[in-house]
Each structure stands twice: as structure tokens, then as C-alpha cells.
Design a protein around this ligand. Structure first.
Ligand code: PLP
Ligand SMILES: N[C@@H](CCOP(=O)(O)O)C(=O)O
Length: 462
């Protein structure tokens, strides 16, 4: 399998190099040259298999010769061994036809662990083989950061620098990043919002002299391997509810468009997905895009679902690439318009395709809190605010015989203030994290300035 850039000007790479490089050198995102498909029988055969086996079968076609089958099975087994649930990503029934896919049983209590634990293992095998060192830079609105730190802490061949928006993540999320004592980990509080952090991240990758000198690697969903690992749970959950013999529907709480893009990939691979609904909070650029056809940035407004406080949804570029029949020149033009003019209009053909493939909805702050409360009283499930945005939007979708699966993307204990305000219940952290608020914090506050961030990175990597 070969990987090409959405902007058409970067070298074509194999899986391992695409995984280690992060952003393509032309500023685009790597995508597989073609979408591999799985036949009905192959998908049906997933029923009853352990999560790890389905992961192997779904991801194998994308990995090529980067890892032997034995290496790849070992990587997958080690990635999920520490998850707190035997099913890894269990399904919970909310009502007759609505299910929650719990993605927060990994070490840092959010869906990011599902992919990050896997790529942590992939990096270790790959770097161990080559003797190469990398400097991981990441941007987070709260969850990617701690998942990355957990996956890469203490590794000799890796330094990790995570930028988060100062004052805009929950206290639990911040402490998960700032209380890790390992010398290779650096939490950087940036004066800006997540879009600023992600923009500086991409600036670093696009500054080729810096990128090459530092050996930059990216573990945001810029990295194709992150998205790939997330495709797996669309298959496991759908098959558990009868796919491929009956279609299913998904609603995905969405910010950077990585998770829902993974659902799109599952559908391209042959999974019968009747509806794929984008659920946004008040930072609703994607919902507005579906409604109006205009993809226009507005300022990020802080919300009680802070991990989705995003207006520049990085992976939307990957979808646009397909919507525009893989016309890389056109994608480069649209992305330049987004950067310079703050937005663009989708062509009528691209918009029609977008609306055919996706639905969307939005939850206000009040509606999010209502969904947390209503779900608790109906089914005793305590939702995090992001999952609540998903449940609210799922419930608005037209009735169908196909089961609806809403992705529950984080544990409620990561957002205790919002959950307590909605329900009066303060969710407790698991015992292993009970002393999180007693641990000393270590962080560096930096301006939203490329030179300042680059100086810090170059001065502090080992
Ligand atoms: C808890 C949570 N839910 C949902 C999202 C949105 O996922 P994506 O950015 O892949 O759209 C994020 C962050 O991205 C998150 O941390
Ligand atoms: N919500 C994310 C934002 C970064 O998304 P990613 O999937 O591109 O890493 C976070 O919690 O950091």
C-alpha cells in the first residue's frame, strides 16, 4: 500500500514512512492510494472474534510490508493488554435501538488511547529496528496530549512536546499532561486556542529545515496510522449488532474530523453504514458546512465539551480529497483559501456528495447538559459532555430499523465540573489516578509564536 498527499506535491511513501513523518512535506495529509475493501463473508467472519484479531484483519491491508504478521500481531496485543475492559471497546445499550460504544477504557480515559497505544508500539518496533530518534510534537484540545504522553513517556528514542491551549482544557486533562515526571515529556501551555496550537504544529512541519534537524514526528490525527487504528471499532461494534447482514448507523462527536473520517473509511472498505452523523458542539463549522455549503471559520468559543472546541478540522481535508475526485491541485487551492480568506464554498457536486454520505447536528451548552441529565435518568449511564453531544444529535436522526451507535469518546471523570453541574453527581477518577490532584505539575507557558515554540523544542530535546 502506498500513501499519497492530499496536495499532490509530496513524495509517495509506504506505511512506515508515512507513519513516522506525520504531515506530508507539501502541507497535505497522507491517504492510501486506493481504499482496500473487505467482502461480506470476511466482515461476517469477524463475529465473535477478539478485538485484537479484528484489528489485525482490518488494518493488515494498509500496513503492507512495514511489519511482519508476527510483529504486527505482537504490536496489537501489547497495545490493548492494558485496557480496563476485556472487550476493549464495549457496547452498552441505551434503549431499544440506540447503543453507546465506550471508547474510554484505555489508560487516559479517552478514545485517543485506542490509536495512540497502538502507534506507540509501532514506533517502538520501527525505531528500535532503525536506531532512529524522533521528536514528537503534538497539539491537543485535551485528550490527544495525555494519550500521546502515556504512549511515549520514558522512551529513550523519543522526546515529546505537547501544546495545549492555556486555560481551555479541564483540570483533569491538564494534570494528566503536567504531572508526568519523565524527562522526555514537555507540556506547553500556549496562549491561544486549539486552532492556534494546531496551526503552529503544522508551521513546524512546514518549516523543513527545522523539521529535518529535529527529526519531527506527529501523533495527531495528521498521522494516518491514528485514523487507521480508529477504523477497527466501527467494524467490531457494527458486527456485534448484525452487520454486514443488516446496516448500522453511527453518530460521532466531532472536532478534528479524525474519528468520523475513520467511520467513512470503514464504509469505503465495505461496512454497511446507513448513516454517519457528525455531532458538533457550539463550534459548529462542520454542521454549518453541511447546511449551507460554505466552509467558513469563526472564532473558537470555549464550551463544556472542550476537546471539541475546534474550528479548523484537520481531517476534513482528507474527505475533501475524495469529494473532489482526488484533485490535489483543487485541494491545495481550497486549503489556501481557508488559511488566507477564512473559508471557501464547496462546489455543488462536492456538497451533494457530502450530504449523501453524512448527516450533521449541533448541541448547544444547554442541550449538552440536558442530554447528560436525560441519559442518566433513562438508562443510568453517566456521559461525558462530548458523548452527550453525540447522544443529542443521534436522537434527532430520522427513525430507522438500523441500530444507532453513538461513540462515547471520554470518561465522565475527565470533566467532573460539567457533569456535576448537569446532574449533581461528581464522577470519580479510577483508583489508579486518585492522587492526580496531589501530584506536582510541570509545564511551560509560551506565547502563540512559532519562533518561541521552536526555540523551546530545540533547546529541550535530549
Ligand atoms: C473526548 C473527545 N470527543 C470527541 C473528539 C472529537 O474527535 P475528532 O477530533 O476525531 O473529531 C475529541 C477530540 O478530538 C475528544 O477528545
Ligand atoms: N480533540 C483532540 C484534538 C486533536 O485531535 P487529533 O485527533 O488530531 O489528535 C484532543 O483532545 O487533543
Amino acid at each position: 500500500m502506498r500513501y499519497i498527499s492530499t496536495r499532490g506535491q509530496a513524495p509517495v511513501l509506504g506505511f512506515e514512512e508515512a507513519m513516522l513523518s506525520g504531515l506530508a512535506r507539501d502541507g497535505g495529509l497522507y491517504v492510501p492510494e486506493t481504499w482496500p475493501t473487505l467482502g461480506r463473508e470476511e466482515i461476517a467472519a469477524f463475529a465473535g472474534l477478539p478485538y485484537e484479531e479484528v484489528a489485525f484483519r482490518v488494518m493488515r491491508p494498509f500496513v503492507g510490508d512495514a511489519f511482519t504478521d508476527t510483529e504486527f500481531r505482537g504490536i496489537i496485543d501489547r497495545a490493548y493488554a492494558g485496557f480496563g475492559h476485556a472487550a476493549r471497546c464495549p457496547l452498552v445499550q441505551l434503549d431499544a435501538n440506540h447503543f453507546l460504544l465506550e471508547l474510554f477504557h484505555g489508560p487516559t480515559l479517552a478514545f485517543k488511547d485506542v490509536a495512540m497505544q497502538l502507534i506507540g508500539q509501532m514506533f517502538q518496533v520501527s525505531l528500535g529496528r532503525s536506531g532512529r530518534r524522533v521528536t514528537i510534537v503534538g497539539a491537543t484540545s485535551g485528550d490527544t496530549g495525555s494519550a500521546a504522553i502515556e504512549a511515549f513517556r520514558g522512551l529513550e528514542a523519543v522526546d515529546v512536546f505537547i501544546m495545549y491551549p492555556h486555560g481551555r482544557v479541564s483540570d483533569v486533562q491538564r494534570r494528566q499532561m503536567t504531572t508526568v515526571p519523565d524527562a522526555n515529556v514537555h507540556a506547553l501551555a500556549i496562549d491561544g486556542d486549539f486552532d492556534d496550537c494546531q496551526a503552529r504544529l503544522k508551521d513546524m512541519f512546514n518549516h523543513h529545515a527545522f523539521r529535518d534537524e529535529m527529526g519531527l514526528a506527529g501523533v495527531n490525527s495528521i498521522n494516518w496510522a491514528r485514523v487507521l487504528a480508529q477504523v477497527v471499532y466501527f467494524f467490531t461494534s457494527a458486527v456485534a449488532l448484525g452487520a454486514p447482514h443488516r446496516p448500522v448507523r453511527f453518530t460521532v462527536p466531532t472536532g478534528n474530523f479524525g474519528d468520523i473520517f475513520a467511520g467513512y473509511v470503514a464504509r469505503r472498505m465495505g461496512l454497511p453504514v446507513e448513516r454517519l452523523a457528525i455531532a458538533t458542539n457550539q463550534n459548529d463549522i462542520l454542521h454549518r458546512t453541511l447546511q449551507s455549503g460554505a466552509h467558513v471559520k469563526e472564532g473558537v468559543v470555549p464550551s463544556i465539551s472542550p476537546s471539541m472546541d475546534i474550528q479548523v478540522s484537520s481531517n476534513f481535508e482528507r474527505l475533501l480529497f475524495d469529494l473532489y475526485d482526488r484533485d490535489a491541485q483543487e485541494i491545495a487551492r481550497l486549503m489556501a483559501a481557508l488559511g488566507q480568506a477564512g473559508g471557501f464554498e464547496l462546489s455543488p457536486a462536492a456538497l451533494a456528495q457530502l450530504r449523501e454520505g453524512f448527516a450533521s447536528g449541533r448541541a448547544s451548552e444547554e442541550e449538552t447538559a440536558d442530554a447528560i441529565r436525560a441519559t442518566l435518568s433513562r438508562s443510568a449511564e453517566l456521559l461525558c459532555p462530548h458523548s452527550a453531544v453525540g447522544v443529542k444529535v443521534a436522537e434527532e436522526q430520522p427513525a430507522s430499523a438500523a441500530p444507532m451507535i453513538t461513540l462515547a469518546t471520554a470518561h465522565p471523570a475527565k470533566f467532573p465540573d460539567a457533569v456535576e453541574a448537569a446532574t449533581g453527581i461528581r464522577p470519580a477518577l479510577p483508583q489508579r489516578m486518585a492522587d492526580l490532584f496531589d501530584r506536582p505539575e510541570r509545564l511551560t507557558r509560551l506565547p502563540n509564536d512559532l519562533a518561541a515554540i521552536e526555540n523551546f523544542v530545540s533547546g529541550n530535546r535530549r
